[in-house]
Design a protein around this ligand. Sequence first.
Ligand SMILES: [Zn+2]
Length: 69
Amino acid sequence: MGKKCIICHEEAVYKIKDTSDYYCEQCAEENFSDLKMLVKVEAEVQLLKEAIKEKIGEDFEEEEDVSNN
Ligand SMILES: [Zn+2]
């Protein structure tokens, strides 16, 4: 967690599909008129968690990476 916008370094909420370019909401809207090519970071993390859960099974424990910058 804690991805940063590559432009203003605010907390990112969007990511370009198939890249590791992250954007906050404001920069995403300024740089992309079409937000369809962006994915919500949160949604992606959620999908990732689901995939990991399925892979590992019921013993999966959520780990929050708490980093204080
Ligand atoms: Zn930004």
